[in-house]
Design a binder for this molecule. Sequence first.
Ligand SMILES: *Cc1c(COP(=O)(O)O)cnc(C)c1O
Length: 415
Amino acid sequence: MTYDSVRETDPTVATVLEHERTRQNDTLAMIASENHVSEAVMEAQSSELTNNYAEGYPDERYYGGCRHADKVEQLAIDRAKELWGAEHVNVQPHSGTQANMGVYLAVLDPYDKILSLDLTHGGHLSHGHPANFAGQVYDVEQYEVDAETGYIDYEGLRETAEEFGPDIIVSGYSAYPREVDFERIQSAADAVDAYHVADIAHITGLVAAGVHESPVGEADFVTGSTHKTIRAGRGGIIMCSEEHADDIDSAVFPGTQGGPAMHNIAGKAVGFGEALDPSFTTYAEQTVANATALGNRLQEHGLSLVSGGTDNHLVLVDLRPSHPDTTGKEVEAALEDAGIVLNANTVPGETRSAFNPSGIRAGTPALTTRGFGEETCREVADLIYEVIEAPHNDTVIAAVGERVDELTDEYTLYD
Ligand SMILES: *Cc1c(COP(=O)(O)O)cnc(C)c1O
C-alpha cells in the first residue's frame, strides 16, 4: 500500500503511518494477540465501504445503497460458517469485547451472574473486571488456575459454579498457554444450568485449522476477535446455534452498536477466504510448533514457564524463580530497545502488581506469518534470554538489536 494521498494532504499523519510500517518491518512482533494481515486484507479495510451505512443485516437494511455491503457481509458470514462449522454467525461486532457485550445483553439482565477466570490468571477485562462494563453491570465471581500446575482448576471451577449459581460461565483466555478443555467446562455449565460462552479471541485461527479443540457446536455461544491468530480484518465475531440467532443479532444491532464497520467486514471476508486455503492449516501448525520451540529453548536457559510449557501459540514466563530481582516491565522495555516487542504480564500468584508484573508473555503468530520456523524461534529465545540476563546493558541490547535487524531483513514483511 502507498500513502501517496495522505502524504499530499496530510504529511504529518503520513509520516506517522510510514514510521509505523517501518516499525513493524524492523521489529519482531511477539505480542501474542497480534498478527500481520495481508496486503489484501488491508486494502479491503481501506475500501470505499467505510462510507457506507448498513444498519441491519444482509437483505434487511434500514438504508438504501447496501447492495454491495450485503454481498460482502454474506461472504464473511458464509466463510466463517465454513471455517468454524457454526450454524449462525454475526460478523458485525466492532471488536472481541463488543462480541462479549452482545452475548451478555442477549441472555442476561443487569445483576445476573457471570463466572469467569481471574484477569491476573489469564482472563480478559470483558469477562467481568471491575474496570470494565461487565464488572459493573453484572455480579461476577472468578475461578483460577491451579497454583501448582498453572492449568485451569476445573474442579475448583465446578465447585464455585455450584456455590455461586452463575447464569453464564466464560471460558477462553488472553494469557493461557494450554489447550482449554471446553467439554469439561460445558459439563460444569450444564450441571448448574448456566450458559457457556467460549471466548476464543486468541485461538480463532488455531480452532479454525483444527489444531485446538473447537467449542463450536458445544458451547452455547462462541465469541472472538478476527485479527489475532485468524489474521483477518479487525473486529469481533459471535457464533451460536439457530435457536439464539435472533437474540444475538438484535443484541449486536440495535442493542449495543449502530452501523456496522463494513470496510472491516470486507477485511474479515478476505481474511476468512485466505484461512480457507489449505496453507492456513500449515500456518497454524507452524505457529504452535514455533511456540513449543521457543518455550523449550527458554526452559533450557533455566527460565520458568507457567504450566511448564505450551500447547498453543504463546508462552508465559514467570521471571521470579530464575530472576527474582527483574520485573516484566524492565524486560519489556529492554527487549523493545533491542527490537523485540512483547508485553509484561501478570503470572498466577502474582506478588508484584498488574502494572509492573513478574512475567512476560510471548507469542508466535506474527513471527510465523513472517516465515519464521522452529530453528529461528529457538534463536529468538536465545536473544530474549540474553536481554533478560542483562536488561540494563547497552552493549548486549545493541548486539541483540543487530541480530534482529538481520532477521527482519531476511524475513521481509510489507513493501
Ligand atoms: C483480545 C481478547 C478479547 C477482546 O478483543 P478486542 O478485539 O481487543 O476487544 C476478548 N477476549 C479475550 C480472551 C481476548 O484475548
